[in-house]
Design a protein around this ligand. Structure first.
Ligand SMILES: Nc1ncnc2c1ncn2[C@@H]1O[C@H](COP(=O)(O)OP(=O)(O)OP(=O)(O)O)[C@@H](O)[C@H]1O
Length: 256
């Protein structure tokens, strides 16, 4: 399964044309070449080559255990690679929001203190945030939480604070792992609006891991289908045709 294979007028495939247009119209952020990683003797993924540019949402889809989270953790520098290389734009600012952040509920810090710590800056107030163009604080509903203890927040509130902290670093590339899992982060419509704003207005590149195929189809500029290897890539309308997806999920059950 892959993007269209028809030949364009100059002998190049349509898929190649699409890929060239994608690269030509956006700033380069990150590229992997044949990377592999895993745990113990097991490879979680291998031979993964992908690219992310600015001003695009790139989604990583695939069945449970396909290696999606592991891949993001490698890109975030948390897990070492076993093979291949990652090339990044010079000075790339990158933020990573994991699926679950382990966190000590007893840690006696307020949200404002937590954000200050994460930012490495002395303090954090709405006025300061505005100055720094971190409007997302308002949008994420975090402004009203600044004086609350992090440990007493609900799961959804805390995820919003973590997302605010990730955005406050003003990343050019945002790695988001299943941002809607378990908690209703913002409500689907608000989350959708946030992703659009981050991409279209702020020019971020977003690498999104999600099982929400509806969201992925609608928001993504480019999709990689991963099951230990990249099995398909292209614009969502090419990669996510229902028949192809069904076949891919069946044809490539998780080998473990
Ligand atoms: N900390 C770990 N130690 C050992 N094996 C792990 C660890 N984390 C993940 N794995 C294994 O690595 C493989 C890939 O897992 P990963 O979490 O990357 O998949 P995923 O595509 O994100 O899955 P899901 O969609 O279920 O979240 C799986 O076989 C998983 O069991």
């Amino acid at each position: 399964m892959g993007p269209g294979s028809e030949q364009g007028s100059e002998g190049r495939s349509d898929a190649a044309d699409v890929a060239i247009r994608r690269a030509a119209s956006r700033p380069f952020l990150l590229r992997t070449e044949g990377i592999a990683a895993g745990y113990g003797d097991e490879a979680a993924f291998e031979e993964v080559s992908l690219e992310v540019f600015g001003r695009e949402v790139v989604s990583l889809i695939g069945p449970n255990g396909a290696g999606k989270t592991t891949l993001l953790r490698c890109l975030a520098g948390i897990l070492p690679l076993r093979q291949g290389r990652v090339e990044k734009a010079f000075g790339l600012r990158m933020s990573y929001l994991p699926q679950r952040l382990s966190f000590d509920r007893l840690l006696p810090v307020t949200v404002a203190e937590f954000l200050s710590l994460r930012l490495g800056r002395p303090f954090f107030r709405p006025g300061w945030a505005k100055q720094e163009r971190v409007e997302s604080l308002e949008e994420l509903g975090v402004t009203s939480l600044l004086d609350r203890r992090l440990g007493e927040l609900s799961g959804g509130e805390r995820q919003r604070v973590f997302l605010a902290a990730a955005l406050a670093k003003r990343p050019q590339l945002l790695l988001l792992d299943e941002p809607a899992t378990g908690v209703d982060l913002l409500g689907a419509a608000a989350f959708d609006a946030l992703l659009h704003r981050l991409r279209d207005r702020d020019g971020l590149g977003i690498l999104l891991v999600s099982h929400d195929l509806h969201l992925v189809h609608h928001i993504s500029d480019w999709v990689y289908f991963l099951n230990r290897r990249i099995l398909a890539s292209g614009p969502p309308k090419e990669v996510m045709r229902e028949d192809q997806l069904a076949a891919a999920y069946q044809r490539f059950p998780h080998p473990g």
